[in-house]
Design a protein around this ligand. Structure first.
Ligand code: GRF
Length: 220
């Protein structure tokens, strides 16, 4: 059985989706960098050992990351999943788990890396927004992309409404990406592009707003 280690900082809804997806792996540990993270209770209620490594108790990023790596490695993980883990990681940490660490980000990367993605999407007036699962590399939110889900941005959306629409898709694509990894179906081709063995091509398009059907036919 393969081992997963899942890192969180807060609410833990992606953690829950991962734990309830029936992945072909054992969730060996959940680690939070913040003591009050609600996700800790979610882990425990699923029978998964959950612990805290409080980043405020470490003098530097490197010191924290070294302690975190020591904790992670006790569980010999095949895959490390960042599930709302709100820390910039040191290069050494990223290198250590290169090719076996995934992150979920609430935007269609490479648009809107970093924080406040839904607010920035609304400010930019994009019509289509979404989320991305990617391998973690040294550059923030820019590793090879495994899967993305797109949602419409609708008139009248505020940050919370848009965030909830995206989050529902996060809960679909993160377990899917983890499953592909565990099944050995992900490979990296040169230039950092991910291939998913046996995945079905998607040919439908999300148009927002929808084009006028009769008019589109006339123009064709
Ligand atoms: C999610 O939107 C995730 O994409 C981002 O942080 C949020 C964490 O939410 N990285 P949760 O803790 O999984 O509920």
């Amino acid at each position: 059985m393969k081992n997963l280690v899942i890192l969180i900082s807060g609410r833990g809804s992606n953690l829950r989706a991962l734990l309830e997806a029936g992945l072909p792996a054992r969730a060996a540990a959940v680690i939070s960098d913040r003591p009050g993270a609600a996700g800790l209770d979610i882990a425990r209620s699923h029978g998964v050992p959950a612990g805290v490594l409080d980043y405020r108790e470490y003098a530097s990023r490197e010191a924290f990351d070294a302690a975190l790596a020591g904790e992670i490695d006790r569980h010999t993980p095949d895959l490390v999943l960042l599930a709302g883990f709100m820390r910039v990681l040191s290069d050494a940490f990223v290198r250590r788990y290169e090719g076996r660490m995934l992150n979920i980000h609430p935007s269609l990367l490479p648009a809107f890396p970093g924080l406040h993605t839904h607010r920035r999407a609304l400010q930019a007036g994009v019509r289509i927004h979404g989320c991305t699962v990617h391998f973690v590399t040294a550059a923030l939110d820019s590793g090879p992309i495994v899967i993305q889900a797109a949602v419409p941005v609708l008139d009248g959306d505020d940050e919370d409404v848009l965030a909830a629409r995206v989050l529902a898709q996060e809960h679909r694509i993160y377990p899917q990406a983890a499953r592909w990894f565990l099944e050995g179906r992900l490979s990296l081709v040169p230039e950092g592009i991910v291939r998913v063995a046996g995945s079905a091509p998607q040919v439908n398009a999300l148009l927002v707003p929808e084009v006028d059907a009769a008019r589109a036919l006339q123009d064709a």
